[in-house]
Structures are given as C-alpha cells and as structure tokens.
Design a protein around this ligand. Structure first.
Ligand code: K1U
Ligand code: ZN
Length: 172
C-alpha cells in the first residue's frame, strides 16, 4: 500500500525515532509499504517518519525498483565506520522543490537488522553511502538542510519559510 509522504514542516520529521523491538507482521507490512511508496514517489530512499511512523526503519534502492538486489531494508541501522568526504546535490521527498550540495562521508560500514530481525553488516560507498546516511539522519529527526552552512543555509531558510507558508495555505 502506498502511504502519504509527510512534508516539511510536519513535526514527525523532527522526532528522534526509537529502536524497533518487535519484529512482527506489522513491521513487515510497514517495510513493504515503504518500499512501494519509495518506488512510486519515485525516490532512492525513504525513512519511517516520512510516512508518519516513529520507528527506526529505512529503505534504500538506488535502482528505483529496477534491480531487486539493490533493495536494502535497514532496521535499527548504526554506522560503525566512516571514511572520506564528498559533496553532492541532494533532494528530499519531504522537502519538495529544494535541493542543495551536502557534504557526507564517502564510505561507511553499517550494522542493521532485516525485517525478520537478523543482524547484518553492509559496506557502502558513493551514492549508496549517501542515501543510507540521508535515511539514518531522518531516523534522528535531521534533514539534509541542517547540514548547510553560511549563505546556502540562509537561502534554504528562506525557501523553507515559503514552503511552510504554502503548506499552511493548503491546509487552511
Ligand atoms: O529520504 C528521502 O527523502 C528520499 C530521497 C533520498 C536521497 C536523495 C538524494 C541523496 C540522498 C538521499 C530521494 O530519493 S529524493 C529523489 C531522488 O533523489 C531520485 C528520484 C528518482 C531517481 C533518482 C533519484
Ligand atoms: Zn529525505
């Protein structure tokens, strides 16, 4: 089932989500729905708070549904190691119309659990590392715009203010 994507400034996007403790059918349904929602958007990642669920569940698929081997369901993900630094332009499905250059680690090692509760580790670099880090940020209530500094931060602050006003008009 495709779930509605929560948009900035929805407060759920600022929650530090608690860990998943129960690996049951409800969790597997959430993960399945997140994959369907990410592919439909389309996006290369999605985190549970973006569909209104305060839980440490993220999905990433750089192939956007083209290659099942590239789909990663990450529950309670933790970064164990990080290396390097790279800057690329990012967007966010919860902040439509705003993109900017974000610095992130280039290579990471992550431990997570799958939907059955099995622990695994994954090594990722370049865009996979970036997408995973973007999604882990969501689980901590952090948005890509929070990484911007100086003039970029000021510009994005104005863009976000406009976006929030537009949302207020739509919801009024
Ligand atoms: O979490 C999200 O908001 C999804 C976001 C993930 C992301 C984008 C860029 C860098 C890191 C993480 C998106 O998927 S935005 C859409 C997007 O990047 C995309 C969509 C279709 C094809 C290719 C990329
Ligand atoms: Zn995002």
């Amino acid at each position: 089932m495709i779930r509605p994507i929560r948009l900035y400034p929805d407060p759920v996007l600022r929650v530090r989500c608690p860990e998943v403790e129960i690996f049951d059918d409800e969790l597997r349904r959430l993960a399945d729905d997140m994959v369907e929602t990410m592919h439909d958007a389309p996006g290369i990642g999605l985190a549970a708070p973006q569909v209104g669920v305060e839980s440490r569940v993220a999905v990433v698929d750089l192939s956007v549904g083209e290659d099942p081997d590239q789909l990663h369901v990450l529950i309670n993900p933790e970064v164990l190691d990080r290396e390097g630094r790279g800057v690329e332009v990012e967007g966010c499905l919860s902040i439509p119309g705003i993109t900017d250059k974000v610095p992130r680690s280039l290579r990471i090692r992550v431990r997570a659990r799958d939907a059955a509760g099995e622990a695994f580790e994954i090594e990722a670099d370049d865009w996979l590392a970036r997408a995973i880090l973007h999604e882990i940020d969501h689980l901590d209530g952090v948005l890509f715009v929070d990484h911007l500094r100086g003039l970029r931060r000021e510009r994005v602050r104005r863009q976000l203010k406009k976006l929030a006003e537009t949302r207020d008009e739509v919801l009024a």
